[in-house]
Write a protein that binds this ligand. Structure first.
Ligand code: NAP
Length: 496
């Protein structure tokens, strides 16, 4: 069977849709999107916990080609972002390209033909010339297997698997973890629960979001003058880039952020002991800086308590901490994050050899050239691959930068004749990754804390160690000289 599509995209979250929009804009129609769920949206479909919102302003955390003058808040909530993504799919007639309920379990590069054979869970195979993996890093919940969890009689669930039918009203509830998800859940559920206990292992650095509604006037303005919204987007983008300097070595900006965060903490938390326990002892930015306007104040409520004693185990009725205290609980919410740095995809990906890419990465740590292409796996690109995550700005910008590069990669491949393939040279990939790891050394992320940015061996496989302007420059032009181009031999005359 011949190839059926020029491009196959795995995943219909933000990354997959960035890719699809770019292909569409270039007038390309030969692409298919494989989506394992029955709806688009990725993380914005799965995370439905109370208070779920983006911590990057919506005018910036959106596709550059799809501005939305209707955002109701500066930092929109999950339902609105999910609706936005579905709206973009309809508006751009992408629905017909998406195969829902389709999980790719195997992708094999057929090198004689120069295309990928991808198989779904039902065994159906599709051939695509270029495979784009846009699966995102934050979809495998990390659930610590605490001793006694199986015997606990109450209800428990992970933040990304919210039990929407379970009513928390009046219940004794615990939240484990104080990361980006937990600090949104805690203030959202506090008013309705009977008692709320927050189990903190490491305090987070938290700055203000300065969220505000986007009133009818600003919406009308953005509708009438799209340039105004473009300017607003640019404003937030450059502001974030400025603060990004504090992550990559600028001590003054780092000190300013530390000062602002400590000031906020002292203003918003009344009890000195709680304040002390909420104060981080590591460099700001080492773990993701969180943004909230209402988390700290929650600890001023009489029925909310902060527990910093280590969790020993679960009991039938709740949680036992190291000080011997049993916390009796009706429900426990795991705000314990995701397995992000150790790529644990279920898909088997084999390129020029039988080596499964995921097994390889388990040994070496995930790495790619420009977070995009991987040696030995030709005609394949990641959108939001290794070391393309950010601690300071919108990842949509990174995805769009990668697509600038990938579109040229595809054009070059097509111009090289049918069946040809493009493989990044191992030396180029190695040199790029050595440089990435070298640059990471001078940043806050290497200042000694433990974070989900690092894999189990301590290697940072998730973050790009610089400003997004630099990555945009690096991905501006496709550089064929670092690739090996393999052209298929013309079939002999007698074969024709
Ligand atoms: P997270 O930031 O990794 O936080 C996990 C929390 O669980 C941490 O406080 C961690 O403590 C704690 N934890 C983990 N294992 C534990 C254990 N065995 N015992 C006690 N505590 C434990 O996870 P997340 O909050 O789900 O956020 C993950 C990422 O999702 C974010 O950084 C962000 O990129 C994304 N996100 C974004 C938004 C947004 O607004 N854009 C919202 C939610 C999530 P330690 O710090 O001690 O490890």
């Amino acid at each position: 069977m011949d190839q059926e599509y020029q491009v196959g995209i795995v995943g219909a979250g933000f990354a997959g849709l960035v890719a699809a929009l770019r292909l569409r804009k270039a007038g390309r129609d030969s692409f298919v999107i494989f989506e394992r769920a029955s709806e688009v949206g990725g993380t914005w479909r799965d995370n439905r916990y109370p208070g779920c919102a983006c911590d990057i302003p919506s005018p910036l955390y959106s596709f550059s080609t799809e501005p939305n003058p209707e955002w109701s808040q500066l930092y929109s909530g999950q339902p609105e972002i999910f609706e936005y993504l579905k709206g973009v799919v309809s508006k751009n007639s992408l629905k017909g390209h998406i195969r829902y309920n389709t999980e790719i379990v195997d992708a094999r590069f057929a090198k004689e033909e120069g295309y990928w054979v991808v198989k779904d869970q039902k065994g159906l195979a599709t051939n695509v010339r270029v495979l784009l993996l846009a699966v995102g890093p934050l979809n495998r919940p990390h659930i610590p297997r605490f001793a006694g969890l199986d015997d606990y009689k109450g209800t428990w669930f992970h933040s990304s698997e919210w039990k929407t039918h379970y009513d928390l009203t009046g219940k004794r509830v615990a939240v484990i973890g104080t990361g980006a998800s937990a600090i949104q859940i805690v203030p959202a559920i506090a008013p309705s629960v009977g008692q709320l206990t927050v189990f903190q292992r490491t305090p987070a650095w938290i700055t203000s979001r300065f969220d505000r509604p986007m009133g009818p006037k600003s919406k009308a303005l953005f509708r009438r003058f799209p340039l105004m919204q473009r300017m607003q987007r640019e404003f937030f983008y450059w502001l974030n880039e400025l603060f990004g300097l504090g992550f990559v070595g600028n001590k003054s900006i780092n000190r300013l952020m530390t000062w602002a965060a400590l000031r906020k903490l002292s203003k918003e938390v009344k009890d000195p002991d709680t304040r002390r326990r909420l104060t981080p002892s590591y460099t700001i930015g080492c773990k993701r800086i969180l943004k909230s306007d209402d988390y700290y104040q929650t600890f001023n409520l009489p029925h909310v308590s902060l527990v910093t004693e280590e969790i020993t185990c679960f009991t039938d009725g709740g949680i036992l901490t190291r000080d011997g205290q049993e916390h009796v609980l009706d429900a426990v919410i795991f705000g314990t994050g995701f397995v992000a740095a150790d790529i644990e995809m279920e898909t088997r990906i084999t390129g020029l050899t039988d080596q499964n890419l995921i097994d390889l990465w388990r040994r070496t740590g995930a790495e790619a050239y420009l977070g995009t292409t991987v040696a030995g796996y030709p005609n394949l690109a990641f959108v939001l691959g290794p070391n393309t995550g950010l601690g300071h700005n919108s990842v949509v910008h990174m995805m769009e930068s990668q697509m600038n590069y990938i579109m040229q990669y595809i054009e070059y491949l097509e111009a090289s004749g049918p069946g040809s393939y493009l493989d990044i040279r191992p030396q180029a990939q190695q040199a790029y990754n050595q440089e990435i790891q070298e640059r990471l050394k001078g940043t806050v992320w290497s200042s000694g804390c433990k974070s989900w940015y690092l894999n189990t061996k301590g290697k940072n496989t998730t973050l790009y160690p610089g400003l997004t302007v630099r990555f945009r420059k690096e991905t501006r032009r496709f550089n064929p000289e670092v690739y090996e181009l393999v052209k298929q031999e013309e079939p002999a005359v007698s074969d024709r």
